[in-house]
Design a protein around this ligand. Structure first.
Ligand SMILES: Cc1cc2nc3c(=O)[nH]c(=O)nc-3n(C[C@H](O)[C@H](O)[C@H](O)COP(=O)(O)OP(=O)(O)OC[C@H]3O[C@@H](n4cnc5c(N)ncnc54)[C@H](O)[C@@H]3O)c2cc1C
Length: 505
């Protein structure tokens, strides 16, 4: 990369970048906006960062880096090229719900937002500014929200917003924050650097329930034919008699499904799943599609009871829903074979019909939709840096973090760490006791072979060291207090806010 300075009477008034054989060739002679010119100095020349994607994570990352004195080129392909889901040209558009989730600190999403407030997140500040009444949730006027983010980014003297699609991995340092609907060319480029089998195009997610909400007086531990790796059995099994099974199938057949969007039916490069009727990838058919095929399909498929005896009754059940441990701490269990496209409220209603799950606490609902994401456990550090390339960072949904607030959080960390990379400072990895740290740790260390995206939840935090028995609400309050205390101490120890212009006020 060559940087050419533009001098007027000996004073630096601008520059342009020549990037050899770069995908950004059309942009090579771009001159920084007038706002930026006043700030340029020889020192800032080396302090440049490219960010791809002006969504939730990219906008947060850009602002965090810019506030720390980095000149940011933020590429956003809209409105020239759209994703199919976004409707405006604004940055940080909320594509679906206008709620950023709970604002209550003893809820996982509320805790995450409180941590983001401590870290001086731009997007949470904007959301707070345009919040509308929504009980305990942080809901916003979506138009005002993205407008205020766009205006703040556009006016930032260190950010240069470029409306252009990036088709290849840009020169480093860079952050890829192109989201679940990353354009096709860039997806291909990401697949090349990630290695084959490390980029996915669809979620086929089964729900996850918390261990503590499973009724073990009905469900039982065990592996088929006793062939598990642990003595007690690797699975928790929810046994069903014929009547219970028939009722479940009936409910699945009449349940309300999430309506598929056009882009959900689009098959990238001939791979992945087309999530339309009768066009699913056979290996991950939604449970409701299997139920519809024939009344016995589930009983002969994922719910087959072979090799299992119910120790409570001494009999073989008619059908069994198996739950597989999903995290090392054993606090989360995945419903095997239950990937689904049902509405979340329907999942709660119907899956609670399964014996042993009548009070199930759903840490994640099942989903099937287009979602480009990398296999982060192999590819990313918990700093959001790509393992194989120093100076390349990923942020947002493309890392496998779910949820608006989670994506903002990963953008914030990537923006701070890209700045530290440029300054030669050690990268930060937030403590695992914090919700942000736990999320970044989960995606970079998940042990599950069938890695799927994850949102903030208390199951990913390390267990509390408390002697007395606490109920769920008390435990969540304890988690929240610990997280905020650890986060505050970490912010002070690493002087995280001291590195930005605007300390938290
Ligand atoms: C249909 C749909 C509904 C959703 N609903 C919800 C919901 O209700 N709640 C929730 O929490 N999450 C929801 N999500 C997930 C949601 O996308 C994320 O929570 C959040 O928007 C992700 O932030 P991000 O920054 O990773 O991606 P985005 O916010 O999508 O931002 C990525 C940006 O990158 C741009 N881009 C893509 N490719 C390129 C390229 N090659 N060059 C330049 N720019 C590029 C895109 O135009 C986009 O602006 C939904 C996702 C989809 C697809």
């Amino acid at each position: 990369m060559n940087i050419y300075l533009i001098l007027l009477e000996g004073n630096l008034i601008g520059y342009f970048i020549m990037v050899e054989s770069s995908p950004l060739v059309d942009n090579q002679k771009r001159i920084m906006s007038r706002q930026s010119l006043g700030l340029l100095s020889a020192g800032t020349m080396e302090r440049m960062l490219t960010i791809v994607g002006g969504g939730l994570s990219g906008s947060e990352a850009a602002w965090q880096a810019a506030e720390r004195g980095i000149c940011v080129n933020l590429y956003e392909m809209r409105p020239g090229k759209n994703t199919g889901a976004h409707e405006s040209a604004d940055l940080a558009e909320l594509v679906c719900s206008n709620s950023l989730g709970s604002n209550l600190v003893d809820r996982a999403s509320g805790l995450l937002k409180e941590e983001l407030r401590l870290l001086n997140s731009l997007l949470i500040k904007c959301a707070d500014q345009v919040a509308i009444p929504a009980g305990g949730a942080l809901a916003v006027d979506r138009k005002e929200f993205s407008e205020v983010v766009t205006e703040t980014i556009e006016l930032h003297p260190n950010i240069n917003l470029i409306r252009q699609e990036v088709e290849e991995i840009p020169n480093l340092p860079a952050i890829i924050a192109s989201g679940p609907l990353t354009s096709q060319s860039l997806s291909r480029a990401i697949e090349i650097i990630s290695g084959s089998g490390h980029l996915f195009f669809f979620d086929a997610i089964a729900p996850i329930v918390s261990f503590e909400s499973i009724n073990l007086e009905i469900a039982f531990r065990g592996s088929r034919y006793g062939r598990g790796t642990t003595e007690q059995g690797d699975y928790i099994n929810c046994p069903m008699d014929k009547h219970q099974y028939d009722e479940l199938v009936k409910a699945l057949n009449t349940a309300e499904r999430i309506k598929l969007k056009e882009f959900d039916r689009f098959q990238e490069g001939g791979r992945g799943v087309i999530a339309g009727m009768r066009e699913y990838f056979e290996g991950c058919l939604p449970v409701e599609v299997l139920a519809q095929r024939d009344e016995k399909t589930l009983a002969y498929g994922p719910l087959r009871p072979v090799g299992l005896t119910n120790p409570h009754s001494g009999k073989r059940p008619y059908a069994v829903v198996q739950l597989r441990q999903d995290n090392l701490a054993g606090s989360m269990y995945n419903m095997v074979g239950f990937q689904t496209n049902l509405k979340f409220s329907e999942q709660k209603r119907i899956f609670r019909m399964i014996p042993g799950l009548e009070n199930a606490d759903f840490l994640r609902y099942g989903q099937m939709h287009r979602n480009t994401f990398i296999y982060s456990p192999d590819l990313l550090e918990s700093t959001m840096q790509f393992k194989k390339k120093s100076g390349l960072f990923f942020a947002g949904q493309i890392t496998g973090i779910e949820g608006y607030a989670g994506n903002i959080a990963s953008g914030l960390l990537a923006g701070i760490n890209a700045t530290r990379f440029i300054s030669g400072a050690p990268l930060l990895s937030f403590p695992q006791e914090t919700m942000i740290g736990a999320l970044c740790h989960y995606i970079s260390n998940a042990s599950a072979a069938d890695y799927q995206p994850m949102k903030a939840n208390f199951g990913i935090l390390p267990a509390l060291q408390v002697k007395s028995k606490l109920n769920k609400r008390q435990r969540y309050t304890e988690y929240a207090e610990r997280s905020l205390m650890v986060m505050q101490a970490y912010i002070e120890e690493k002087d995280i806010l001291g590195q930005s212009n605007h300390k938290s006020d």
